[in-house]
Design a binder for this molecule. Sequence first.
Ligand SMILES: Nc1ncnc2c1ncn2[C@@H]1O[C@H](COP(=O)(O)OP(=O)(O)O)[C@@H](O)[C@H]1O
Ligand SMILES: [Mg+2]
Length: 255
Amino acid sequence: MSVEIEFVDVVKRFGSQTILDHVNVKFTGGQTTVIAGGSGQGKSVSIKLILGLMAPDSGHILIDGVDITKISKKELNEIRTRFGVLFQGVALLDSITVFDNVALPLRERLRLSEAEVKSRVEQALAQYDLQGQGGKFPAQLSGGMKKRVGLARAMMVEPLVVLFDEPTTGLDPQITKDIYKLFFETQRVYGFTSIIVSHDIPKVFNLADRVVVLGQGKMSVFEQPEDIQHSTDPHIIQFVQETMGQVYSSSYELA
Ligand SMILES: Nc1ncnc2c1ncn2[C@@H]1O[C@H](COP(=O)(O)OP(=O)(O)O)[C@@H](O)[C@H]1O
Ligand SMILES: [Mg+2]
């Protein structure tokens, strides 16, 4: 069971600014697609369109063939219950513990018993290398640990679709690589449809199934991530040169 997401001739404008200009793209079910593009190109807007938080000016957003621009709030909420979302800057609740943060969707969305909550949260903490951290507060964690808590929490609903908007902002290249590797591994285990948004292209994106570069209102699809480096499109070449720097040229190996 994997969910396919499709943009059909999507146009999104703000005033005179055209953010998405007749975009047609399919996010294949059960795969990880990275949407990379410069700042302000419309990456977050694209995620909001998929979540139904914004509507396109024209065109259709299909989730498993259902046009979410045409359904009721109730139907949209139904679809969203199977979405795991992790936004930039995480948004862990600072006043409650790591355990309670991870437990949140189980208590609020799934309404599980406390015994079930405890067992699921402890399993998740172990899985995301957070054993013994449940009693801490977010402020007591490193940046990388906070991201893992956010990931654990997003996974608690057993999502069919996972959307990550700039999940590694503010992390150093090594932790960025570790977090992305953890995402890709998690995706392979569960097989959900995954879309990761990023303003650059770290080398670890070679582990993604596909990369889509967003710029000038268009999405260019690369079925093999390494093909980006061979593009002859001047906008893509420029983007690659500007962003593949630090992480792409570093010497670490992808184990
Ligand atoms: N609600 C909004 N109203 C007006 N303009 C917006 C709104 N949301 C985004 N924009 C504009 O759309 C463009 C794309 O935004 P965004 O998707 O957030 O970019 P990014 O690719 O950096 O995530 C930006 O120029 C932004 O200012
Ligand atoms: Mg953004």
